[in-house]
Design a protein around this ligand. Structure first.
Ligand SMILES: [Zn+2]
Length: 326
């Protein structure tokens, strides 16, 4: 069964690639790259960190080989493939590490900010979970999650064990409620017993830092909700609070209109037609998703696909970009 399922998935993936290639031949594609963090941090269980060296090499390559356009531009008249650079979530290293490289290369970028975290000293749940699991050692041999429905146990002695536990718990947290996440994280914190790096490694932008970032000519600011929920799990009124509320808060802080939005998590199951409609009604001009694909003239402006970029060296990055065209 697993073999048949694997073959079916491979076939679907190849068909998607063929469809994508045909679309890219018919109409010049816009490839929107999605980054989260640029930093030298060692632990990256969530695969969201790109090293400054790799990021510089990637930006240098796109600058020399592609037309670079902004997310907010009208892409309909483009006659060559183009690349857009975006960042999600609003980490402090976007200002301290990514911006100097973008300025050095002359590459514009859009930063989608989770408005509720500005000056709140919050840490995203996935960062807190990873931090609890990425200490140097001395952990108990096992962790037992006490939960009447989701309770289970993981071996935790080796770093590999803890990465596996992170992946399982990340899936669990994604499907859980806010209250469940708070309780599960409380248990993990108790189990780790202070055996973990300091929270500042996951620091998010302060209001002053966000204003500094926004004041650069290369930078466009977009919204990314207030609390980074899976919008599709929320009733309409709560979705509206997240989508409209983040626009209002950022506009108040920056004194400029915010017209771009990125759906938290951004896969097809993480938002719905209600989310897209609220974005339109709220006055956003475009909204970024996080499923793979390129943008074309016929692409829904409220479901613009993006390509996640991982900590690839230049050869890998070139391979990933080139296979979109050849
Ligand atoms: Zn996000």
């Amino acid at each position: 069964m697993t073999g048949a399922l694997g073959h079916a998935r491979l076939l679907c993936s190849r068909l998607r690639n063929i469809k994508s290639l045909i679309c890219n031949i018919i109409d010049c594609p816009v490839v929107v790259l999605c980054y989260h963090r640029v930093t030298s941090r060692l632990s990256d269980m969530n695969s969201v960190v790109v090293s400054p060296d790799n990021f510089r090499a990637q930006m240098d390559y796109v600058k020399r080989n592609f037309r670079i356009v902004r997310f907010e531009e009208n892409w309909e008249q483009l006659d060559t493939p183009a690349v857009v650079v975006t960042f999600d979530d609003g980490y402090a290293d976007n200002l301290t590490e990514a911006l100097p490289i973008l300025k050095e290369m002359g590459v514009p970028a859009t930063f989608f900010i989770t408005a509720g975290n500005i000056d709140a000293r919050n840490e995203f749940w996935w960062d807190a979970l990873e931090r609890m699991l990425s200490g140097l050692g001395g952990y108990p041999a096992r962790f037992s999650l006490q939960d009447s429905r989701h309770g289970r146990e993981w071996p935790t002695l080796t770093a590999e064990d803890r990465v596996a536990m992170f992946r399982d718990m990340h899936s669990l947290f994604m499907s859980g409620t806010k209250e469940q996440r708070v309780e599960w994280l409380r248990q993990v914190v108790g189990w780790a017993g202070g055996n973990c790096p300091e929270a500042h490694i996951n620091r998010l932008l302060t209001g002053d830092e966000l204003r500094t970032l926004a004041d650069n000519a290369e930078v466009t600011i977009g919204a990314h909700s207030v609390t980074h929920p899976r919008l599709s799990t929320l009733p309409e009124e709560e979705q509206r609070q997240e989508i409209v509320g983040s626009k209002t808060e950022l506009e108040k802080l920056l004194g400029r209109e915010i017209t771009l939005f990125a759906y938290p998590f951004g896969k097809r199951a993480d938002f719905d037609t209600t989310s897209a409609r609220i974005c339109n009604e709220a006055g956003y001009l475009k909204a970024a998703a996080a499923f793979q694909g390129e943008a074309h003239r016929w692409t829904d402006p409220y479901q613009i696909p993006r390509h996640f970029v991982y900590n690839w060296d230049l050869d890998r990055f070139i391979f990933k970009l080139k296979r979109l065209w050849v």
